[in-house]
Write a protein that binds this ligand. Structure first.
Ligand code: GDP
Ligand code: MG
Length: 761
């Protein structure tokens, strides 16, 4: 099958084009650096199927970060049959810089002038035919978003792919022509493919290239000694870049007619918005308010308090099936309304099924398995789906509009103090959705130590799967104490995760993970209207992923949990009330002393093992924590509230109350689950992204230590306030050690070697 690769600057629309060519739903975002790995799909509308490869965005073929290396190596090594160079037509000059480098490779290249809809809207005109004859590569105008010109693009790309093409350079006739010629001959002699391209990169003294061809690099060094350019001295990289830009401005400007007035208007509007949103002082408070609004719309009950404005019971719907769904004295946030509706629906379904099975004379254990084992757990998680999706939707809107890129920009100044660059912001925000893509996205970070530190703290940005833990336990806390506010606890836990991440990064970057913070160079994307199409695609994708996970991993886990909680070690079937004799309870009791320091171990009563079990099943998928609760709660509460079995999330709160756990330990439980080793998928990703095995092992230890430290701090201080003095002393000592080490006052290495010498002796 023929292979076409999509290459272009970040944010030029490659993934949008990829999606419309292959019908896939890859993540599109108004943010440079969304795609950090290559992705394949198939285009089927030509006479033969074509493999399409979406590559991470690159500004040039001299890579700095891991994801840029992926693109360069793909084009050079995999030899696609055609490279479709996506060019953002609203930013022609800068985008063509990459084109002048792609031209140097022996591969057919076609230019797709994307975003032509925006160019036309601004009243500008681009003469594609003229551009084509100027630069000698086929040019097709398209709009990936509006699906225009795409068939023509593919037809012409197909034509191109059947004619081999030799690399050409725009540097012909410049002052380095001889050097490049010599290098090229030397490389060809050594049997190197794409000799012209490599020769030019050598002349630029590109790092990778010098390493790969040390012999030829010597030629360049020699030449350097005798050569002096008037303006650039012997900075060959600058000479090459300058000739590229000269060539571009000579050849593109005659093809472009700008509508002067509209360009100016558009600029000022975006400038005005930037003046406010990226303001030195107000930028961050504005961001915090927006963040708060997002969480508020997702989580809060009675967020719009109407009080006397409405007749009594009008909102709460007293006496109807919808009691409390829409609010109680005020109106619930969208997230809570959807949550309540779904909870109502799932509870009715499971009790209807239970009744039907009982009426049909199905064995009691089978009813238990289906209603409690399967639906109890599944529905407990499922009811959180609307809130997960809503949170995701809000973040996508912020991202698509181009606002998130601005936040990275304003946060850069603060992040720098912690030893991170603003670039690390995007993977962290992605962490609120799912740690897996977030960890992969750290490839945009150039400093390896910064990358490792970021990967380690990503799980602290509570992901969608952890959201049910936060919300359900917060609900439990409110139910137990009878006061407080569940959504405040939820925000509080999010903030706790962020604060832990900041402290951890600060400590790591000043001890084991030191390194330079590279300057932050990111271009701010244009403000864009979020597109309904791409938003629905994203949500649909997320929904599919969730449902798939629910009916595979989570369902399987809950069934296993149900079985091991209803059989004793000698395979006797147990009723709900006898569950304390089960295999699961036995194992839970055995390991629970390990969790005593964090508040949900041996100090709880007989039912307390459910916390340990839930935390452990969370290692498979974090949704399992609440699914396990759901399954067990349905049984446990059925055991002691004989009159009426509770359904859904209410039963979880009831079960929590039955274990005799206190509020500090409950909060510690949330913190523990949020900060400890993440799910299998995230662990595997961290491992793949950290080639150094020792670093990965240390990462696992890091997660365990952080979760224990923070959770036990919460538990102990909450339970016995005076332990805060002990904690303060502990942290003071730790910080002193770090500072002393940083200043070089104590040499840990020397101490450690002394200790080992003593031990040997
Ligand atoms: P990539 O980084 O090159 O993969 O770019 P994306 O495909 O993620 O798109 C970047 C942004 O440009 C998104 O906000 C898209 O909605 C937007 N975009 C892509 N193609 C077009 C287009 O043809 N017209 C317009 N107006 N916007 C587009
Ligand atoms: Mg992309």
């Amino acid at each position: 099958m023929k292979k076409f690769a999509l290459a272009g600057n970040p944010n030029s629309g490659k993934t949008t084009l990829f999606n419309s060519l292959t019908g896939s739903t890859a993540h599109v975002g108004n943010w440079p650096g969304v795609t950090v790995d290559k992705r394949e799909g198939v285009y089927k509308k030509l006479s033969e199927p074509i493999a399409i490869v979406d590559l991470p965005g690159i500004y040039s073929l001299s890579p700095y970060t891991p994801e840029e290396v992926i693109s360069r190596n793909y084009i050079l090594d995999e030899k696609p049959d055609c490279v479709i160079n996506i060019v953002d037509a609203t930013n022609l000059e800068r985008n063509l810089y990459l084109t002048t480098q792609l031209m140097e490779i022996d591969v057919p290249v076609i230019i797709a002038l994307n975003m032509i809809d925006e160019v036309e809207k601004a009243g500008d005109k681009i003469d594609a035919a003229k551009l084509e004859s100027n630069i000698g590569l086929p040019v097709v105008k398209i709009s990936a978003l509006k699906n225009k010109g795409i068939e023509e693009l593919m037809r012409r790309a197909f034509e191109c792919s059947s004619k081999p093409r030799k690399g050409e350079t725009v540097l012909e006739g410049g002052s380095l022509t001889h050097l490049i010629g010599d290098c090229k001959i030397a490389l060809e002699g050594a049997g190197v493919d794409n000799a012209l391209f490599h020769a030019i990169k050598l002349a630029e003294m590109d790092e990778l290239e010098v390493k790969a061809h040390p012999q030829a690099a010597k030629t360049v060094e020699e030449f350097k000694k005798t050569f002096k350019d008037e303006t650039f001295g012997s900075d060959f990289e600058a000479i090459v870049a300058d000739s590229r830009y000269k060539y571009i401005s000579k050849n593109y400007s005659s093809a472009l007619t700008r509508n002067k007035k509209s360009a100016r208007e558009k600029l000022t509007r975006s400038d005005k918005a930037d003046k406010v949103l990226t303001h030195k002082i107000w930028g961050i408070p504005i961001f915090l308010v927006i963040l708060f609004a997002v969480f508020h719309l997702t989580f809060s009950e009675n967020f719009l308090y109407l009080g006397a404005a409405l007749p009594e019971g009008w909102v709460s719907g007293e006496g109807t099936a919808f009691e409390g769904v829409f609010g109680d004295g005020g109106i619930n946030s969208i997230g809570v309304i959807l949550f309540n509706l779904l909870d109502l629906a799932t509870s009715s379904i499971s009790s209807a099924i239970g009744d039907a099975m009982a009426a049909g004379g199905v064995a009691e254990w089978a009813t238990g398995l289906v209603v409690d084992g399967m639906f109890g757990g599944l529905f407990a998680v499922l009811s959180f789906l609307p809130q997960i999706l809503l949170l995701f939707l809000f973040f996508s809107i912020l991202e698509d509009s181009g606002y998130m890129a601005r936040v990275a920009f304003i946060l850069d100044r603060i992040f720098r103090r912690f030893g991170l660059s603003g670039r690390a912001f995007m993977p962290m925000i992605m962490g609120f959705g799912c740690s897996v893509p977030a960890m992969v996205n750290t490839r945009t970070l150039a400093d390896e130590n910064e990358r490792v530190a970021t990967i380690r703290v990503i799980p602290f940005f509570s992901c969608g799967a952890k959201l049910p833990i936060l919300t359900a336990i917060a609900g439990g806390v409110v139910q137990i104490t009878g006061l407080g506010n569940a959504d405040l606890i939820t925000y509080g836990m999010y903030v706790l995760g962020i604060a832990t991440a900041i402290c951890a990064v600060l400590i790591m970057r000043s001890t084991t993970m030191r390194g330079e913070v590279p300057p932050f160079i990111m271009e701010l994307p244009a403000y864009r209207m979020p597109q309904l199409k791409s938003l629905t695609m994203l949500l649909w994708d997320k929904l599919k992923h969730f449902v798939k996970k629910a009916f595979t991993i989570i369902l399987a886990s809950t069934i296993v949990i149900w079985f091991v909680s209803h059989f004793s070690f000698n395979w006797k079937f147990l009723t709900d009330a006898e569950m304390n004799e089960s295999i699961l309870a036995g194992i839970g009791m055995l390991v629970r002393p390990l969790f005593t320091p964090v508040g949900f171990g041996s100090q709880l009563n007989d039912w307390g093992w459910v916390f340990v079990v839930a935390a452990v099943t969370g290692l498979i998928a974090k949704e399992n924590v609440i699914a396990t609760f759901g399954t067990l709660a349905a049984c446990i509460t059925a055991g002691f509230t004989a009159d009426e079995a509770l359904e859904g999330i209410d039963s979880v709160a009831e079960m929590i109350a039955a274990t005799g756990i206190g509020v500090p330990a409950l909060i510690a439980f949330i913190a523990f689950n949020m900060l400890t080793i993440p799910c299998f998928a995230a662990v595997a990703t961290a491992k793949a992204e950290m080639p150094d095995k020792k670093r990965f092992n240390n990462t696992l230890i890091f997660w365990i230590i952080v979760s224990y430290l923070v959770a036990s701090m919460i538990y102990l201080i909450g339970e016995w306030w005076w332990t805060s003095f002990i904690w303060a002393a502990f942290w003071a000592a730790a910080i002193t050690l770090i500072v002393l080490n940083y200043r070089g006052k104590i040499d840990f290495k020397a101490i450690r070697s002394k200790i080992t010498v003593k031990r040997r002796a």
